[in-house]
Design a binder for this molecule. Structure first.
Ligand code: UD1
Length: 428
C-alpha cells in the first residue's frame, strides 16, 4: 500500500497549471454512449476515476483509445453490448451510476448495482430513478440482489422537479431525456459548471438543451445524436486546492488555466480571511505572504454556494488561523470524517451534527493519518505541509482518484512530499 510522506515545507511559491475537471469529464465520457460514432474528449485528466470509467465503458461495448500524451480520449460505441454495469467497477466509483441514463436512452433497458465511491454519507440514487420513472421507465429495485433495473419501450418527455439539486441526478436525467420523445422540463436542478459543460457537449452531439447553469433546464428530444469533439473545463476543485495551498503555507502561487467565475465562493472566503487574490491575464495569483489571517465561517451549499468538495480543504486552512471559525456542511450528512484525523495532528475542533467549530492557531504536529476521502486526503497533505515534523498519509488511492500529477505539481511549488511504497507484512 502506498503512502505519502509529507514534511513541513516553507511557503509554497511558483506557478501551477490546472488539469481538466474530473467531475466534468466523467459524465461527458458516459454521454458518449448516446451515439454510435467516435467522440473526442480533449484535456482529459489522467486519473484513477477516469480509468475506472474507461473500463466501465469498455465493458458496456465502447471502443476507448487513451492518448494521454495529448490528454485525449477517443470513445465510440457502435453497439451497447452489456446492459449491466459490473459491480467490481461500480463499487469503486459512485459516478459509475452516470452510465444509466445513456444506456436507458439508447437501448430502453439498464441494470445497475447500487453504487460506491467516497464514504461520505448514504448517497442514494432515488432522484435519478424518480427522473427515469417520470420519463416513462419502469423501475424495479432488487434490494436482496443489490441492483436496480429501469426498463422502457420508449422514453417520453416530462416535467420533473428535483427535491434537491443533485448534480448526478441532473446529469443522468438530462442524458436520458435528450433522446426522449417530446419536451422535458427539469426544475430545481443543479447549476454547477460541470452541468453546463455536459450540456455543451450534448448540444454539440445534436441535442437540444437550454438553460443549463440555471435552475430550470428545457430539453427537446431528438431522434439521434452524432459524434462530437469537446474540451473539458478546468477543474475548479483542483484550483481551490492550490489556492488554499498558497494560503495555508503563507506562500504565493500563480494558478494558470483557472476559471475565476467557477471559484467565486473560495475567492470570497480567502479574501475574508485576509488572503490577496488577483485575477490577472496570466492566471489567478493567490498571495498570503506575511499575511496575518483571520478566522471566518463557511457553509457548504449547491453551486454557486461554497462547494462541499472544498469543505475539508478549507477547514485545514482554518486550523492554522487564530480565533474561532465555524464550518457548516449542508450537502452531505457525513462529511466530517477528516475532523478526527485533523485532531490527531493537534487541531482543536468540536463537531455537533453538521457543524464544526474550529479553534485555530493551535500547534500542529506531524503523525500518521488516513485520507478518509478524496478531498479529505488533500486536506491532510495541506496540514502536513505546515505541521511540525513529518506526516504519513495512508489510503492515498482516494487522492489519486481525483488529482492529476498531485506530487509533481506540489513538488514544483517547493513542497516536500514523497510517495512511498509500503510492503504488506505477511501474517504468520
Ligand atoms: C457530485 C460530485 C461530488 C460533489 C457532489 C456535490 C461528481 C462525479 N461528483 O456528486 O464531487 O461532492 O456532486 O457537489 O460530479 N442525493 C439524494 N438522492 C439522489 C442523489 C443525491 O438524496 O438520488 C443527495 C446525496 O445523498 C447528497 C446530495 O444529494 O446528500 C448531493 O449529492 P449529488 O449532488 O447527487 O452528488 P453527486 O452527483 O454524487
Amino acid at each position: 500500500m502506498a503512502k505519502f510522506l509529507v514534511k513541513q515545507s516553507g511557503p509554497l511559491h511558483g506557478e501551477v497549471y490546472i488539469s481538466g475537471s474530473k467531475n466534468a469529464v466523467l459524465p461527458i465520457m458516459a454521454a458518449t454512449l448516446l451515439c454510435e460514432e467516435q467522440c473526442v474528449i480533449i484535456d482529459t485528466p489522467r486519473l484513477r476515476d477516469v480509468d475506472v470509467m474507461c473500463n466501465m465503458l469498455r465493458r458496456i461495448g465502447a471502443d476507448v483509445v487513451e492518448d494521454y500524451d495529448n490528454n485525449k480520449l477517443y470513445i465510440g460505441t457502435k453497439t451497447i453490448a452489456e446492459h449491466e454495469a459490473p459491480y467490481a467497477l461500480v463499487s469503486k466509483m459512485r459516478a459509475s451510476v452516470l452510465v444509466m441514463g445513456p444506456i436507458l436512452a439508447r437501448t430502453g433497458r439498464v441494470r445497475m448495482p447500487l453504487p460506491g465511491g467516497c464514504a461520505i454519507g448514504a448517497r442514494p440514487v432515488d432522484l435519478h430513478l424518480k427522473g427515469f420513472a417520470a420519463l416513462g421507465a419502469r423501475i424495479t429495485e432488487h434490494r436482496e440482489r443489490g441492483y436496480v433495473e429501469a426498463v422502457a419501450d420508449k422514453l417520453v418527455g416530462s416535467n420533473i422537479y428535483l427535491d434537491f439539486p443533485s448534480v448526478g441526478a441532473t446529469e443522468n436525467i438530462m442524458m436520458a431525456a435528450v433522446l426522449a420523445e417530446g419536451t422535458t422540463i427539469l426544475e430545481n436542478v443543479a447549476e454547477e459548471p460541470e452541468i453546463v459543460d455536459l450540456a455543451n457537449f450534448l448540444n454539440k452531439m445534436g441535442a437540444r438543451i437550454k438553460g443549463a447553469g440555471t435552475d430550470t433546464i428545457k430539453i427537446e428530444g431528438v431522434k439521434r445524436l452524432s459524434a462530437a469533439s469537446h474540451t473539458v473545463i478546468p477543474d475548479r476543485i483542483e484550483t481551490g486546492t492550490f489556492m488554499v495551498a498558497a494560503a495555508i503555507t503563507r506562500g504565493k502561487i500563480l494558478i494558470k488555466n483557472a476559471v475565476p467565475d467557477h471559484v467565486k465562493p473560495v475567492i470570497a472566503k480567502l479574501r475574508e480571511c485576509g488572503v490577496t487574490v488577483s485575477d490577472t491575464f496570466d492566471g489567478l495569483i493567490v498571495d498570503a505572504e506575511n499575511a496575518d489571517l483571520v478566522a471566518t465561517d463557511i457553509k457548504t451549499l449547491p453551486y454557486p454556494g461554497f462547494p462541499t468538495d472544498m469543505q475539508s480543504i478549507f477547514m485545514a486552512l482554518l486550523t492554522t488561523v487564530k480565533g474561532e471559525s465555524q464550518v457548516i456542511e449542508t450537502v452531505f450528512e457525513n462529511r466530517f470524517m477528516h475532523v478526527a484525523e485533523l485532531e490527531r495532528m493537534g487541531a482543536d475542533i468540536v463537531t455537533e451534527d453538521r457543524k464544526a467549530v474550529i479553534r485555530g492557531g493551535k500547534p500542529l504536529h506531524g503523525t500518521s493519518v488516513i485520507a478518509t476521502d478524496l478531498r479529505a486526503g488533500a486536506a491532510m497533505i495541506l496540514v502536513g505541509l505546515v505541521a511540525e515534523g513529518s506526516t504519513e498519509v495512508s489510503e492515498i488511492y482516494h487522492i489519486e482518484r481525483g488529482y492529476e500529477r498531485f506530487i509533481d505539481k506540489f513538488e514544483s511549488l517547493g513542497a516536500k512530499i514523497e510517495r512511498i511504497e509500503e510492503k504488506v507484512k505477511e501474517i504468520q
